[in-house]
Design a binder for this molecule. Structure first.
Ligand code: GZL
Length: 325
């Protein structure tokens, strides 16, 4: 079909445009401006302080606004999270906030919501853009730049060890956007230093005990380890327990660095056991709901709304302990 302005207009009247590439494009469903909303929030799990802080922030903000929050907990299952989203669609929520546990399995549910005329706002984690696009299949993604988080930790570690480290990497949930990008950011960045080498890299699923178990195994296989990079504080704290169980002194025999900025991690920095952590703020409530209201008001939103992250080490840990989550 010849793409002309007229048939472009005709298709756009039908709610679907045909791009110059011939690919059909349509906007995410609109959101009416109302006094109150029925809002879905499909959480991935509640097995760590980060997730609990995120949930509390979303629940507090919904309560403050007087909105009805339909909350589900997928108990670490992407399949259950997808069915949770589908049940929210069946309940006829007005909008869905979703942190996709992994970047592919949630796409069909996101497309189902679009077909049902329910806008989806991704928070905290994104999906594979080859499968679903911001500004088309969902409204936008609000979250940290995970590649940048990995880069910042790599740069701090390289300086702390003078560019010489044999590193064990504890990865987050397999297939999740934070794990993918924190790995990409860190692993690419350390290539600048020939003395920085990753000995082994394995998932601890963002969980403290899994992180401890994996660190224990990898430390036994690699006694020459001098540094541990964990994609989140929970796994870093697990690795610190593994080091101590092996009679090693964290911060002296092996330097540990991570991401999130949870209270236990900030305390571990003060105690000299964790060297540094890049903040990844879980308190999404205010920004998530203000973005939703901007969308309802017809404001043009960017495809990505970036959260800014602080960085904590021995220089500022004491100052931030009281406000850490
Ligand atoms: C990051 C978030 C990650 C945290 C982990 O936005 O998805 O999930 O870094 C949490 O602690 O489990």
């Amino acid at each position: 079909m010849m793409i002309t302005r007229r048939n472009m207009l005709v298709t756009s009247v039908a709610g679907v445009c045909v791009l110059a590439t011939g690919r059909a494009w349509s906007a995410p469903p609109p959101l009416k401006q109302k006094q109150t909303y029925k809002v879905g929030f499909a959480q991935t799990e509640s097995n760590n302080p980060w997730r609990l802080a995120e949930t509390a922030s979303m629940q507090d903000e919904a309560k403050k606004l007087g909105y009805q929050l339909v909350y589900t907990d997928a108990a670490s299952s992407a399949a259950k999270q997808a069915s949770d989203v589908n049940s929210m669609i069946a309940q006829g929520v007005d909008v869905i906030f979703l942190p996709p546990r992994e970047d592919k399995p949630l796409v069909p549910a996101i497309l189902n919501a679009k077909k049902a005329g329910i806008p989806v706002i991704l928070i905290d984690r994104d999906v594979d853009h080859a499968l679903a696009k911001p500004g088309e299949d969902y409204v936008t993604f609000i979250g940290s730049d995970f590649v940048e988080e990995g880069q910042r930790v790599a740069a701090w570690l390289a300086k702390a060890v003078n560019g010489q480290a044999k590193i064990i990497e504890l990865e987050g949930t397999t297939g999740s956007s934070p794990a993918n990008d924190r790995k990409k950011g860190f692993d690419d960045a350390i290539k600048q230093w020939s003395g920085m080498q990753i000995l082994a890299s394995q998932t601890g699923d963002f969980a403290r005990d899994k992180g401890r178990q994996v660190a224990e195994t990898l430390l036994q296989a690699h006694p020459e380890t001098t540094a541990i990079y964990a994609h989140n504080d929970e796994m870093a704290l697990g690795a610190i327990a593994a080091l101590e169980a092996a009679g090693k002194v964290p911060g002296k025999d092996v330097i540990v660095v991570s991401i999130d900025g949870e209270k236990d991690a900030v305390q571990a920095i003060i105690d000299g056991k964790l060297a540094a952590t890049c903040e990844c703020n879980p308190r999404f409530g205010p920004k998530a709901f203000s973005t939703m209201k901007e969308y309802a008001a017809g404001e043009k939103l960017p495809a990505y709304i970036k959260n800014s992250d602080s960085f904590y080490d021995s220089k500022n840990a004491k100052d931030v302990l009281s406000t850490a989550f």
